[in-house]
Design a protein around this ligand. Structure first.
Ligand code: C5P
Length: 315
């Protein structure tokens, strides 16, 4: 079978490394009749990864094992987005799953980095390999049914997202960007932040920006200095309204010399753009000393999904 490793006991495994996503532009439009908001967004994968190994055996059903950061906070039943992904793919293609999904988590949960969506996308990529399915629109449709960010997470890289975020189109991004990622204690619920966007808009605070032409031009230059002034997140005010401490860390990062300070998705993770890798290391050191973040990581972007061929032995 293509792309899967076979073991002596007859089981097979595929390991997928999937990046967290950030939104270089997150334009939030009006709430639609279906409850979603129209989005214009530019997604980019960053080098903070979860690793998802799907092991196909004999026993029917989907089992899930989670290791790593915050593992205890990840649901193990059918609430788990990776489990939902396997079941949805099986249903779409008429396959009865008999798999274990092993997730090594590094992407913070409910942090605005699409960690759950990344795991779902990785499970889809792994199962599609195990079950010998090509990467087609049907796979993307299953991804879109699981969550707005999941289609982007199938490949990572850099993409323009429209609709409610599920319609993605790859865009050109030259060069490599260096970011400092500051994670926060606790989570912010995405629906709650969208509801706060709506509430603030009713009182005239905030507006929808769908203009991304200049951002896309900046990405073609490959220069962080060009990118910095084009970054935008329409959810910033709403997230700060729910979590006032966010203002403090965003201001601190800017004071410490970041080219730009940006909320990641619906938060509470914050992002600081650096000139280069040395600048990112120095900036991360200064931010750590301030003790405003739970963890501070240096990452680069864009980052992509990769399918590995050295899976752990089946459990
Ligand atoms: O699509 P996903 O499951 O990630 O979205 C989670 C929730 O975030 C949705 O149920 C909705 O409340 C909100 N959302 C939204 N508009 C979007 C994307 C998400 O209102 N474009």
């Amino acid at each position: 079978m293509t792309g899967a490793l076979a073991f002596d006991d007859g089981s097979q495994a595929v390991r997928v490394r999937v990046p967290a996503k950030i939104n270089l532009h997150l334009g939030v439009g009006d709430r639609r009749a279906d409850g979603y908001h129209d989005l214009t967004t530019v997604y980019q994968g960053i080098s903070l990864y979860d690793e998802v190994t799907v092991i196909a055996g004999q026993q029917p059903g989907v089992r899930v094992e989670v290791f790593g950061d915050d593992a205890e906070a990840v649901p193990l039943g059918t609430d788990n987005l990776a489990v939902k992904a396997v079941l949805a793919l099986g249903e779409e293609f008429g396959v009865a799953p008999a798999v274990t999904v092993r997730i090594a988590k590094r992407i913070p949960i409910a942090g605005g980095l699409a960690g759950g969506s990344a795991d779902a996308a990785a499970a889809l990529v792994a199962c599609s390999r195990l079950w010998g399915m090509p990467f087609t629109d049907r796979l993307v449709k299953v991804a879109a049914g699981l969550g707005s960010d999941v289609p982007f997470c199938l490949s990572g890289g850099t993409a323009l997202g429209t609709g409610h975020g599920e319609r993605v189109e790859e865009v050109t991004a030259n060069g490599r960007y260096h970011w400092v990622v500051a994670t926060a204690d606790g989570q912010l619920s995405t629906p709650a932040v969208y509801a706060e966007v709506d509430r603030l808009r009713e009182s005239g605070i905030g507006s929808y920006s769908s203009a991304v032409t200049e951002l896309l031009e900046a990405l073609r230059t490959g220069r962080a200095e060009e990118l910095a002034p084009q970054l935008r997140n329409d959810m910033t005010e709403a997230a700060m309204s729910l979590r006032p401490q966010l203002r403090e860390i965003l201001t601190a990062g800017a004071d410490d010399g970041a080219l730009a300070a940006l909320l990641s998705g619906s938060g509470p993770t914050t992002l600081f753009l650096a000139r280069d890798v040395h600048h990112a290391t120095a900036l991360a050191g200064r931010l750590r000393m301030r003790r405003l973040a739970r963890e501070v990581h240096c990452v680069h972007a864009p980052a992509f999904v990769s399918v590995g061929l050295s899976p752990a032995q089946p459990g």
